[in-house]
Design a protein around this ligand. Structure first.
Ligand code: GLC
Length: 681
């Protein structure tokens, strides 16, 4: 059941798709405190309460015991102390023996989630806007509460099937030669791949919707050549439009009056990659429609996937901010700086980027409603995602496109996916990648993944291979790294063949992964879940922070510690261990419920199938998603009662409805199936 309460005058976010009646008063479960500038909701916590959700945030699957802050931020240090990352997903589920309760705050401004941090026995959620819709969701389990929320916020984005293939990316790729070389290195070694990303260097002077005349002299020709190799090019688009009347997007944006303005009506400017930029008012439907139309030349050239970036929006500096910093520098120039002065100098420059004063200095025109940016800050990336997807639909309403964004808010999950931002080549971030997945799914973001191998810092060979062993399960499977870091394409490493073999596993698993993804979209369900969602009465399962359920049949437990040849895995029920080395090389070990040390050498990925289930695999060697329909399926599982598997399929590209069929191990067409029928000795 969902109950809606309204405080102040909520801003139109279009996060929800159902209009629920507003209840009078306050929810019984919460204590509400209002003051002039904020409103807070508090609730005591029981000792056994767990808290799930909040989408893209640091720390564990159970979010209890930390303060999080909804404030979309370009922050490259995803360390434990961080309160905000690039997105804000204002939904939690509190689950304990006494109750299961969901809270969704539809509030696009700053929200502070003190989840048992100040007091370990209390939650305090504070909205600094004080204008919001609060949805209180009750249900008999965290999964049913999450489904209720998903019914409220609308169906999750469905990308084309090819987008589930392996994607190679790197900041630095910018020319046709770069593309040719990446594709050649993969194809000549038989490393499966479906997409290559173009980062900012493909643009002419970092200007959106341009491509460099020398580096990419013939974009349509390049896209067509790539397509013959079954490769999709995925260019990046950034939020800032350069302040330069020679620039087409700038000229048109000025003509369309599409950029955000200051209080006095002058245009707001701040620097990003191309220097000083204007920022499209994505919260205005006219400006959104115009921005969406800018993708057309790239779409006409055959591009069918994009990643949108810097859309928190990230601001390197405003003239006001940097001038202030210069004046501090001038004041201190030539002095013998004591510690305070030194901190002042450094702190002033550090505070220039993404400065709160800048976010307070411009306004949106929300179709007639003038709103200061900080009140709706968390909607900016959502608006960009929506503008892009609407533009792509206007270009071709019948086909699905790939789109993923860095910044988002609930609602954006209907228009695109997201990647988890600028992580680092740290083992801790491999674990964080896993731990973010269930919360993101709860908030509707099913198409997600992290930069495999890590974006910042130098990766190591073992880290990349272990990370690929998690990446084979995430809907977005992209290897991406930053400029000046160690090159981390699979073929750069001695053990590239092992890595290639792991990627072949991804392709063999695609029939299952895609089928489970479709089911999660159609039934407002979760592709990844905390174990607590499936085994609420099992205390160990509830406290398991490094394993997640994948679809209805499986559990994953990746190795995320260096120099280990396996890990301890908790099986909440009997499961079949599938130790995967390549699409055609795996061990099957039925295992009893309980704790186990499970061997997993560097080139072995772990998958666990529930007893009583089986899952489909595509047979044979596959080099890209187009090959999959030609490869017969077979089943693997521990399925003594012939339950079989319900396969959900569609054409992978249109919006035509899909079909379901049940695959039974005894079906002669599935003759290569490997089914364990007996008990464990
Ligand atoms: C941002 C993005 C990153 C990209 C870089 C250059 O840091 O998050 O993925 O490579 O910008 O465009």
């Amino acid at each position: 059941m969902i109950q809606r309460y309204v405080y102040g005058s909520p801003l139109p976010t279009e996060a929800v798709v159902r209009d629920l009646p507003v209840l009078p008063g306050d929810p019984e479960c919460l204590t509400v405190r209002k003051d002039a500038s904020s409103i807070s909701f508090s609730m005591p916590l029981e000792p056994d309460d767990m808290i799930f959700g909040l989408g893209e945030t640091v720390r564990g699957i159970n979010k209890r015991g930390h303060v999080y802050r909804s404030w979309n931020s370009d922050d490259i240090m995803h360390t434990e102390d961080r309160q905000s990352l690039y997105s804000s997903h204002n939904f939690i589920v509190i689950s304990g023996k006494k109750r299961t309760l969901g809270l969704f705050l539809d509030d696009p401004g700053e929200v502070i989630w003190d989840l048992g941090d100040t007091s370990m026995e209390e939650i305090v959620i504070t909205s600094l806007n004080g204008d919001l819709s609060l949805y209180v969701i009750t249900g008999d389990s965290p999964r049913s509460v999450s489904r209720e929320l998903r019914g409220l916020i609308g169906k999750s984005y469905l990308p084309p099937f090819w987008a589930f293939g392996y994607i190679q990316s790197r900041w630095g790729y910018g020319s046709a030669e770069d593309m040719d070389s990446v594709v050649h290195e993969h194809r000549s070694r038989g490393i499966p791949i479906d997409g290559v990303c173009l980062d900012i260097d493909y643009m002419d002077q970092y200007r959106d919707f341009t491509w460099h005349p020398e580096k990419i002299p013939d974009l349509a020709g390049l896209v067509a050549r790539m397509r013959r190799e079954n490769i999709h090019l995925i260019p990046i688009i950034d939020a800032g439009i350069p302040d330069d009347p020679e620039d087409r997007a700038c000229k048109e944006g000025l003509e369309h009056d599409a950029f955000v303005k200051r209080e006095d009506g002058t245009l707001f400017r701040a620097a990003v990659w191309p220097g000083l930029c204007f920022f499209t008012d994505y919260l205005n439907s006219r400006a959104r429609a115009w921005f969406g139309s800018l993708y057309r030349p790239l779409l006409e050239a055959g591009v069918d996937g994009f990643w949108n970036d810097m859309n928190e929006p990230s601001l390197f500096y405003s003239m006001e901010g940097i001038n202030l910093a210069y004046s501090v520098a001038d004041e201190l120039r030539g002095k013998n700086l004591r510690v305070d002065d030194n901190w002042k100098l450094q702190g002033t420059f550090a505070a220039v980027a993404n400065n709160r004063d800048d976010y307070k200095s411009f306004y949106h025109d929300m179709d007639g409603l003038r709103v200061r940016h900080d009140k709706v800050h968390n909607l900016y990336g959502y608006g960009m995602t929506r503008a892009t997807m609407d533009g792509m639909h206007a270009f071709d309403p019948d086909h699905r496109f790939l789109l993923f964004s860095r910044s988002s808010y609930i609602g954006a999950h209907r228009y695109g996916g997201l990647w988890q931002g600028d992580n680092r080549s740290w083992w801790a971030h491999l674990k964080l990648n896993l731990q973010m997945l269930p919360g993101l799914n709860m908030c509707g973001f099913l198409f997600t993944g992290a930069d495999l191998g890590g974006f910042g810092s130098d990766t190591t060979e073992d880290l990349l291979i272990r990370w690929l062993e998690l990446g084979i399960f995430t809907p977005l499977m992209r290897n991406h790294s930053a400029l000046h870091t160690r090159e981390q394409e699979v073929y750069r490493f001695k053990s590239w063949e092992n890595m290639k073999n792991i990627i072949t596993v991804r392709y063999a698993l695609l029939p299952y992964l895609y089928s489970e993804y479709l089911k999660a979209v159609h039934h407002d369900d979760l592709f990844f879940r905390a174990l607590a969602f499936d085994y609420p009465d099992d205390e160990i399962a509830c406290q398991t922070e490094d394993q997640v359920m994948l679809g209805n049949e499986c559990m994953i437990a990746p190795v995320y510690v260096q120099n280990t040849s396996g890990r301890v895995v908790y099986l909440p029920e009997d499961m079949l261990l599938v130790r995967l080395r390549a699409y055609n090389d795996m061990d099957l070990v039925p295992m009893k419920k309980g704790h186990h040390w499970v061997d997993a050498r560097l080139h072995e990925a772990l998958l666990f199938i529930r007893r009583g289930c089986c899952i489909p695999f595509a047979s044979g060697k596959i080099e890209s998603t187009v090959d999959i329909p030609d490869h017969p399926l077979y089943l693997i599982g521990w399925d003594p009662d012939e339950q079989g598997y319900t396969l959900c399929e569609d054409d992978g590209i249109s919006y035509l409805e899909g079909t379901e069929r049940t695959l039974k191990p005894s079906d002669p067409a599935l003759k290569d199936s490997v089914i364990i029928r007996g008990d464990v000795q």
